[in-house]
Design a protein around this ligand. Structure first.
Ligand code: PRT
Ligand code: ZN
Length: 292
C-alpha cells in the first residue's frame, strides 16, 4: 500500500456504512487526531504513529488475518460468520444488532421447529446453518446478498435470518421475529503477528490504554452531592463499588461534599438510594476518559 509508513500501526475500518461514523468518533474520543475527508482511502494520525485504512467491512477480517493491517474494527457478526484467524481485543460498545430469524406475520410458524424442511434466506449462511444443525432441525439455507427482507414476498423463502437493530425493517415488511441466533457489536481485532514485533506491540499497548480509557468512561458517571456528615455511612453503602469517595467539608457546619463515580448500569438505582439516604444537590457529569 503506497505511502504508508511500515513502522506505524495500521488499522482498517469501514469506509462507508453503519460502523463508520461511530468508529471515527470513538477514535477521536481516544485522542487521535486525523483528517477524514471523502473519498476516504487512508488517514495518518498527527499525534500517534497510526495509519487508518478505509475498506469494505467484509475485507477487514482477511486484511487483519493476513497481516496486511495490524488492527481492524468490524461487527462481531462477521467473525461468527467467517471464523477468520484473528484475535478479539475489545468490545467497542456500538454497532449493536442481533442476527434473528423472522417469518411473514401471517405464517403459521411459531418457533424454529416449525421451520423444519423450509427455505431460509440470509446473508449469513454459515451462522444460520450452524444454528439449525445445533438444534437438529433440517432447513435449506439460501444465500442472498441484499434485501433479505423481500425474499418471502418474492416466494424465494419461507423465513429469513437477518441482522436487526431497531426492528423497523421487519415491521415495514410485515415480518415477525421468532428467534435470536446471536447478539453482535463492533469489536477491535488483531492478529498473532503483532505479538512478535516488539515496537508495534508497545504501540498497541499504548493505544489499548487509550481505548480502554474511553470505554471505561462510557461505563461510569461522575457524581457530586452534599449531605449531612452523619449519613456518610449510609451513602457509602449506596455506592458500594467505590471504595473511597472524595469527601470535603462544606462551610455549613456538619455538612460535607462527596464526589464519586457511579457505574452506568446501576446509575438510577444508586441515585435513588442516595436521595433516600438524604443526599442533596446531586450533580452528574459525564467522564471524558477514565484510566484505571
Ligand atoms: O459496504 P460494506 O460492505 O462496508 O457495508 P455493508 O453494507 O456490508 O454493511 P453495513 O454498513 O450495512 O453494516 C456494517 C455492520 O454494522 C454490520 O456488519 C453489523 O455489525 C452492524 N449493524 C448494526 C448492522 C445493523 N446494525 C443493521 N441493522 N448491519 C446491518 N443492519 C441492517 C440489516 O441487515 C437490515 O437490513 O439494517 C436492517 C435492519 O435494521 P433495523 O434497524 O430496521 O432493525
Ligand atoms: Zn459488507
Amino acid at each position: 500500500m503506497a505511502d504508508l509508513n511500515n513502522n506505524n500501526l495500521k488499522l482498517a475500518i469501514q469506509k462507508e456504512g453503519r460502523l463508520t461514523e461511530e468508529t471515527l468518533s470513538f477514535l477521536r474520543k481516544s485522542g487521535l487526531e486525523f483528517e477524514s475527508v471523502k473519498p476516504r482511502l487512508f488517514s495518518t494520525c498527527r499525534n500517534f504513529p497510526l495509519e487508518i485504512l478505509y475498506v469494505r467491512d467484509d475485507d477487514i477480517p482477511d486484511y487483519v488475518a493476513t497481516g496486511t493491517v495490524d488492527l481492524g474494527v468490524v461487527g462481531q457478526n462477521i467473525l461468527y460468520e467467517e471464523r477468520p484467524q484473528v484475535k478479539k481485543l475489545l468490545n467497542l460498545r456500538f454497532g449493536y444488532c442481533s442476527l434473528i430469524i423472522a417469518v411473514p406475520k401471517e405464517s403459521n410458524a411459531r418457533n424454529i421447529n416449525d421451520l423444519n424442511g423450509k427455505i431460509i434466506a440470509t446473508t449469513y449462511p454459515e451462522s444460520v446453518k450452524n444454528f439449525f444443525k445445533k438444534n437438529a432441525i433440517s432447513v435449506e439455507v439460501v444465500r442472498i446478498k441484499g434485501s433479505v427482507e423481500l425474499t418471502p414476498v418474492l416466494g424465494v423463502a419461507q423465513a429469513i435470518a437477518d441482522l436487526m437493530s431497531t426492528g423497523s425493517t421487519l415491521a415495514l415488511n410485515d415480518l415477525r421475529m421468532i428467534e435470536k441466533i446471536y447478539d453482535s457489536e463492533a469489536v477491535l481485532i488483531t492478529n498473532d503477528k503483532i505479538t512478535k514485533e516488539t515496537e508495534k506491540k508497545k504501540l498497541l499497548d499504548k493505544l489499548l490504554t487509550r481505548f480502554g480509557g474511553v470505554l471505561s468512561a462510557k461505563n461510569y458517571k461522575y457524581v457530586m452531592m452534599n449531605a449531612p456528615e452523619e449519613i456518610l455511612p449510609k451513602i457509602k453503602k449506596s455506592i458500594l463499588e467505590l471504595k473511597s469517595p472524595t469527601i470535603s467539608p462544606l462551610v455549613t457546619n456538619g455538612w460535607i461534599s462527596i464526589q464519586t463515580v457511579i457505574k452506568e448500569d446501576i446509575f438510577w438505582e444508586t441515585i435513588e438510594k442516595l436521595k433516600k439516604a438524604g443526599a442533596q444537590g446531586i450533580i452528574v457529569l459525564p467522564i471524558e476518559k477514565m484510566i484505571l
